[in-house]
Design a protein around this ligand. Structure first.
Ligand SMILES: NC(=O)C1=CN([C@@H]2O[C@H](COP(=O)(O)OP(=O)(O)OC[C@H]3O[C@@H](n4cnc5c(N)ncnc54)[C@H](O)[C@@H]3O)[C@@H](O)[C@H]2O)C=CC1
Ligand SMILES: O=C(CO)COP(=O)(O)O
Length: 373
């Protein structure tokens, strides 16, 4: 079993009794995820970099900067002391910006229990190395793959903080560990699914941000639903081809961590990537957009490394390339469109389907298996 998404029974409160977990990062996702874990019955401590944020969560059960109006569970604990946060935690969920993760890992290493599992909730790649977050964890801490996992899905933080139902995929090379994580996160309004395709699950979250930037850009220009539907459909094809060329199972990209997250992020005005794209489409510069955004928009940092990896893997990503051109100011936002083929690409009959290209995927899979294409 590599990619089938197996739901884990909800209502796991009793199964999670006494399960100590930590969440590193107290922005919108770290705080929301800590609430999910607490509502699933886990004993949760969230680590905040800023003592005043830890104090507000611990005492007032609020995080007014990132989740205004949300009451956090009574039992949720918070601290700015990493050692205290990690003490006894069997699962350590990481919800910090992708570019700071490596340093955060080095900071937490001295306090990490040898048996605890590190679970990335982060949807970016490290710019300086082009590594996915699970690769950064392995590289920084030299851990066995069975101790590294990811959780990803259609998870707009504020909606989940309001207990609107959704789910996510917990993925680990060790299926038993993935099941344990899915049980830990299964709250009444949040369902955990499992697979062992870490690459596909993780890349779904990274790549949908780039397509959401494109959607925001054309939204900012004023284009309507046809353009957006075409970008989403062709975007999924680009995501799938890139992921498969990276070793993922194509089925993962059709699931919650791929298509599911793509839909949520492209449709929601709450998405930071979508919002950043919209500002750029409206004519703000990248610098002005960064200044206006109070939160992390991972896609902006991921565009360059993803295109670098695509080139290495012989993949064309026309939409992502256009996003890069708009961001760098070499293409006007109004010219971004779902151009189906670059000039040197002769459309094959299968392109007329407009969706993922089965022939191309088969050739990519053959190439990875070492079969003649
Ligand atoms: N917000 C959401 O809906 C979701 C976010 N994610 C992912 O979660 C990750 C974290 O994003 P958010 O919580 O949304 O971001 P955010 O912008 O809401 O919060 C970022 C947090 O990181 C902290 N931070 C900044 N520099 C830091 C450093 N050097 N060390 C430690 N912490 C630092 C900030 O103080 C803040 O608490 C991102 O990769 C994002 O893609 C994943 C799913 C949903
Ligand atoms: O990953 C997310 C939803 O699943 C959040 O997307 P944004 O980072 O664009 O807000």
């Amino acid at each position: 079993m590599s990619t089938a998404q197996i739901p884990v029974v909800t209502g796991s409160r009793s199964r999670n009794r006494g399960r100590r977990v930590a969440v590193v990062g107290s922005g919108s996702w770290g705080t929301t995820f800590a609430k999910v874990l607490a509502d699933a019955g886990c004993d949760v401590t969230v680590w905040a970099r800023r003592p005043e944020v830890a104090h507000e969560i611990q005492v007032a059960k609020r995080n007014s900067q990132y989740l205004p109006g949300i009451n956090l569970p009574k039992g949720l604990k918070a601290t700015s002391d990493l050692a205290a946060a990690l003490k006894g935690a069997s699962l350590v969920f990481l919800a910090v910006p992708s570019q700071t993760l490596r340093q955060n890992l080095l900071d937490l290493e001295p306090y990490l229990d040898r048996r605890s599992v590190l679970v990335s909730l982060v949807k970016g790649v490290e710019k300086s190395t082009t590594m996915r977050m699970s690769e950064v964890i392995a590289d920084a801490l030299d851990l066995d793959p069975a101790r590294i996992a990811v959780v990803s899905g259609p998870n707009i933080a504020l909606e989940i903080a309001k207990e609107q139902p959704t789910g996510a995929v917990a993925s680990c090379a060790d299926l038993g560990v993935a099941q344990e994580i899915a049980t830990a996160v299964s709250a009444p309004y949040f369902r955990g699914y499992v697979n062992t395709d870490v690459v596909g699950t993780e890349l779904g979250g990274v790549l949908k941000n780039l397509i959401a930037l494109a959607i925001g850009i054309v939204d900012g220009v004023g284009y309507g639903e046809n353009t957006k539907a075409a970008i989403i459909t062709r975007g999924l094809a680009e995501m799938t081809e890139f992921a498969v060329a990276s070793g993922a199972d194509p089925a993962t990209l059709s699931g919650l961590a791929g298509l599911g997250d793509l839909i949520a992020t492209c449709q929601s005005p709450l998405s930071r990537n979508n919002t950043a794209g919209r500002l750029i489409g409206q004519g703000y510069t990248q610098e002005e957009t960064r200044e206006q955004m109070q939160q992390v928009a991972e896609g902006i940092t991921s565009v360059h490394p993803v295109l670098e990896l695509a080139r290495e893997r012989g993949i064309t990503m026309p939409i992502v390339e256009q996003v890069q051109m708009v961001l760098s100011g070499t293409m006007a936002p109004k010219n971004l469109g779902p151009h189906l083929a670059t000039e040197d690409e002769v459309p094959q009959p299968e392109l007329s389907l407009g969706g993922p290209r089965p022939g191309r995927l088969r050739r990519l899979l053959d190439r990875l298996k070492g079969s003649p294409s």
